[in-house]
Every structure is written in C-alpha cells, then in structure tokens.
Design a protein around this ligand. Structure first.
Ligand SMILES: Cc1cc2nc3c(=O)[nH]c(=O)nc-3n(C[C@H](O)[C@H](O)[C@H](O)COP(=O)(O)OP(=O)(O)OC[C@H]3O[C@@H](n4cnc5c(N)ncnc54)[C@H](O)[C@@H]3O)c2cc1C
Length: 388
C-alpha cells in the first residue's frame, strides 16, 4: 500500500517538474574532443543527420559529408511560407516536451530566441460516426504541449544547426547502394558516383530500409533486418484550409488517428486556417491513395457535414501534403508509445562501419524532432568513441 502511494506521489511530482521545465532532458556530451582521422558519410539531412553533423563539427571533426536525396534539407521538418502571412509547419509542428530542450540541445554558444506558445486547446469536440458528440476524456484537462509562435521547427533547425554544417551537405544526392565488403565503405549514389568512407551514419526514415530503397552489399545482418521490419511507420498527410470565418473549434477529433485543429491557434495572424492531420489507422491507409484533389474534395465534404455547409460557404484556399507519397520519406511518424521493436539491435553498428540514427531510435523521445536531434548527437559520439 505504502509503495504504490509513494510511486504515484513521485510520478506526479516528476510530471510537475517536467511540465515546468525544471530539469534538462538532454544528457551531457560523453566526448570532449577527437583525434579520429577517418572519414564519415552521413546519409540523410533530416534533424537526425544534421544533428550528427553538428555534433561532429562541435567536437572539431571535419572529415565528414552529408548526402541528402532531396533538393531541401530537413526531411519531415519542412515549412510552408507562402500560404498565409506567417510560416506554417508542413510536417512536424508540436514540441512534444518542455521547450527548454530547444536551448539544451544547442552546443555552440547560441541563445535560442524563438518564442513558443503553450498549446492547450480549450474549445474542442469529438465527432463519432454520424455526428454524435461526446465530451472529451478527463485527460484533456491535463493536456499541454508547445509550438513555435511565429516561426517553425525548420527555422530552428536552420538557424541553430544547419548553418554550421551546410557547407558539407550535398543535396539532390540519393544513395542507392552501400558496399561494406572492403576496408573502405563504398557509397554509390543515383547518378552512379561512388564515394568512400570509413564510417557511415544512416539517418534515413525506417521506411527507406523496410522498403529496400537502399541496397547493402553484403545484406544487413538478419537480426537487424528482423527488427527493422517490426518498425510500424504510420501513413499520413496534412491538409490546410483557409476560411474567411472561424466557424470551427480549436480541436475536432474524429478518431484517434484523424483530427481537425485550428492551424494558427494562438499564433500572431488574423487569418483562419483549419488543419487536418491524418496519421495511422485504416482510414488513413485508404485515404493516402487518393490524389491531392480527391483528398481535398473528400475533406471538404466531411467538413460540410460536420459544420452544416459552412466549409464551402467560407472557403478561400487549401494545400495538401501527402507524406506517404513524399519521395525518400513515405511515412508520417513511427507508431508505438513503447516501440514494437528492439532499438538496441538496430543501434548496434554493423562491423563498426554502419551506424543508424533517427527519431525511431531515440528513447525516451521516440518519433519526434527532438528525439531525432538527440539520436544524431548520440550516434555521432558513438562513432568517435568506437574509433578511439
Ligand atoms: C505530418 C507529420 C507530423 C509530425 N508531427 C510531429 C510533431 O508535431 N512533433 C514532432 O516532434 N515530430 C513530428 N513528426 C515526426 C518528425 O517529423 C520526425 O520524427 C523527424 O523528422 C524524424 O527525423 P529524422 O532525421 O529521423 O528523419 P527525416 O526527418 O525523415 O529525415 C530523413 C532524411 O533522409 C533523407 N533520405 C531518405 N532516403 C535517402 C537516400 N537514399 N539518400 C539520401 N538521403 C535520403 C530524406 O530525404 C530526409 O531528408 C511529424 C511528422 C510528420 C510527417
């Protein structure tokens, strides 16, 4: 009796401290400097890859480069700056922990000036099946996350990390094959060029590995591919609707996987944007197959049903971002409060040559931007520690 009571008390106290940002969630660096003379290739310039490079840079290691498939850095962290008068996040949007982590993740002498807002919608409703409305569960009373006020995750990544490493990033360079048979790893790109390195950090989404988008010579060990196959990437997309009137609430939940939310909640704009976020679940799996136009039409019809024709009446413009169809990504985020696979097995380097990083490999900040950043930082250090 005494122990459960004490445990509950401790958990409540810990949650209180966490919600108020009274302790750092970022472990201190284990490496202070390095004299490693080998070369490192980082594959993928999402938050994990950029953070790995940023950590190497901070530790004084310069013999690295990042190969990024797309024409833009950031991976699933992208912004849309031409929709309304403030930029909006195209992918990741919430800061799923106390925003002091934004400063705690910084290694160089920068002060994070981005303002954040507490995200705690109060006007919400749940629509079940044929428009039955029920009050939200009690947990909503305690719900609280954060967002950037007038900037985005992309600008944070750009201003505080990418700026230090961008000279070593090669965009438009999809990696197709990694041959690690010899002493040097041969990394071949879609244009047929081959680059050599002593170590590779693979910071691509797990879908790229599950779907065999990169070939390995020899094949990755079975123990590793078995765990990679157990990762469950959610399909997903976002749609933004601009209306000339705010007829909707802060938050409208359709089910655990599909929500409409005020896309500019507490943000400094007079414009009205409603965002649909659909990630995971059977309905999302069907919807992602539609064209952007069909997705728009389906959701306008749905909104008109929920809000009695007001969507069509007040419509100005929309934008669709289908992440499941996005080349080199093909997912939203990975499922599982507790990951359904063994992170340790995937994190184990192959022959001390190939290392894995990404939001899906961070514990306890699973499947989040800050989790990806912390994963990149951890893996960069591990490469240097193993090489010492
Ligand atoms: C719609 C949506 C909403 C989200 N909401 C949130 C949120 O609110 N808060 C939050 O914290 N997180 C959120 N996330 C999750 C978050 O964006 C990811 O967890 C994070 O971006 C993962 O970072 P990463 O570096 O591991 O992978 P990614 O961001 O996917 O970066 C991987 C990079 O690898 C590149 N790449 C892939 N294949 C190759 C190749 N063959 N060669 C070279 N480069 C390659 C890709 O182009 C990409 O740039 C959301 C994601 C989506 C899509």
């Amino acid at each position: 009796m005494f122990i459960p009571f004490f445990l509950i008390l401790w958990c409540t106290f810990d949650a209180f401290l966490w919600k108020n940002g009274w302790y750092s969630e970022v472990p201190p660096l284990e490496v202070e400097a390095t004299d490693y003379e080998g070369s490192i290739i980082i594959i993928g310039a999402g938050p994990a890859g950029i953070s790995a490079a940023y950590t190497l840079e901070y530790l004084g290691f310069r013999n690295y480069q990042i190969l990024e498939a797309k024409a833009e850095f950031g991976g699933r962290v992208q912004e849309m700056d031409d929709f309304i008068d403030i930029p909006l996040d195209l992918g990741a949007e919430w800061i799923h922990t106390h925003p002091r982590i934004l400063q705690d993740m910084i290694l160089f002498n920068d002060t994070v000036t981005e303002e954040t807002i507490v995200y705690r919608p109060t006007r919400y409703r749940q629509v079940l099946g044929d428009r039955v409305k029920v009050p939200l569960p009690l947990r909503w009373l305690f719900y609280r996350e954060w967002k950037f006020k007038s900037t985005t995750w992309k600008s944070y990544l750009n201003d505080y990390m990418y700026t230090y490493v961008q000279d070593r990033v090669q965009l438009n360079t999809p990696v197709t094959t990694i041959d690690y048979t010899g002493a040097k790893i041969q990394v071949t790109t879609a244009s047929g060029d081959t680059v050599e390195a002593d170590k590779v950090i693979l910071a691509v989404p797990p879908t790229m590995l599950k779907n065999g988008r990169i070939e390995f010579e020899p094949d990755l060990p079975t123990a590793k591919t078995t765990e990679i196959d157990k990762v469950v990437p959610y399909e997903g997309f976002k749609i933004w609707f601009e209306f000339d009137e705010q007829f909707y609430k802060d938050y409208t939940i359709l089910d655990s996987y599909r929500i409409y939310f005020d896309g500019v909640f507490e943000k400094p704009t007079g414009r009205n944007v409603l965002t649909m976020l659909s990630a995971g679940g059977a309905e999302t799996r069907d919807l992602i197959k539609l064209s952007d136009e069909e997705l728009f039409e389906f959701h306008m019809e749905e909104l008109d049903t929920i809000f009695r024709g007001k969507a069509s009446e007040h419509y100005i413009q929309h934008r669709v971002q289908n992440w499941s169809k996005e080349p080199f990504i093909e997912e939203s985020w990975e499922a599982g409060y507790t990951p359904p696979f063994d992170q340790g097995t995937i994190l184990q380097p192959v022959d001390e040559k190939i290392y894995f990083a990404g939001a899906y490999l961070n514990e306890p900040h699973f499947a989040s931007v800050h989790g990806a950043i912390l994963s990149g930082r951890q893996v960069a250090q591990k490469v240097l520690l193993d090489a010492a």
